[in-house]
Design a protein around this ligand. Structure first.
Ligand code: NAP
Length: 202
């Protein structure tokens, strides 16, 4: 797929690498395409361009920025009808007022198919979801089945066992709370970032 990655830090940088390695055409849409921090990504086959060019040429847009810029991003994206936005942000410290999450802002301000995913675990687990014999799952929420199918396949491309459907748009805030639960255990309760949630069934 042609994937635009907006926000190339811990999460965006990791996913851009994973997806380029899996054979996707990945382009980072950067505020400053000459940023030295982008060189390692270019070396592994990730293309770098302006945000507008990256979005224009892509079917899928992964957003991994601070959540409060969702409204600005929606404006900069322009017409994204038919495209899929994957919102990986968490409104933990800041939120995109008046919206509770960036997902809600993208849903209201763009005509893209929006899915919340790649937000529930640390970026280290996106680099390597394998724990001994187990592989972690990713999670997703939203109404759009096509966007969910794409998120599921992209999660599998990162090595996740699956991408578990957490429900519709009404479950997006719960999915952010699930992310906060991981942050609570990993950071506040001192478990460390090498922990992950696994869904067991019988
Ligand atoms: N860290 C995690 O493990 C983790 C896990 C799941 C979800 N999340 C969520 O994912 C999001 C990103 O987290 P992160 O840890 O990857 O952050 P990060 O490493 O700080 O990267 C943030 C990225 O956003 C870009 N950015 C910031 N302000 C921008 C603006 N006004 N316009 C365009 N780009 C802008 C930054 O670009 P510059 O380099 O140009 O500043 C940078 O590439 C957050 O919402 C976070 O809650 C994080």
């Amino acid at each position: 797929m042609n994937i635009a990655v907006v926000g190339h830090g811990n999460v965006g940088g990791t996913l851009a690498r994973n997806w380029a390695k899996a054979g996707h055409q990945v382009v980072v849409g950067a505020r400053n395409p000459d940023d030295e921090k982008l060189k390692p990504l270019a070396e592994v086959g990730v293309m770098i361009s302006s945000l507008e060019d990256a979005v224009n040429g892509s079917e899928v847009i992964l957003v991994a920025t601070p959540p409060q810029i969702a409204e600005d991003l929606s404006r900069q994206f322009g017409d994204v009808s038919g495209k899929i936005i994957i919102d990986a942000t968490n409104s933990v410290r800041t939120k995109p007022d008046p919206y509770p999450t960036a997902f809600h802002a993208f849903l209201d301000l763009t005509s893209a198919k929006v899915v919340k995913s790649f937000n529930t675990t640390g970026f280290e687990n996106m680099q390597d979801p394998q724990y001994g014999e187990y592989r972690l799952e990713m999670f997703m929420a939203g109404e759009d089945d096509e966007a969910k199918e794409v998120a599921r396949n992209l999660a599998k491309d990162c090595g996740f066992e699956d991408c578990i459907d957490f429900g519709g748009s009404d479950k997006v805030e719960l999915l952010e709370k699930f992310a906060l639960s991981w942050i609570n255990l990993a950071i506040m309760q001192g478990e460390g970032r090498n922990i992950g949630f696994k869904l067991l069934r019988r």
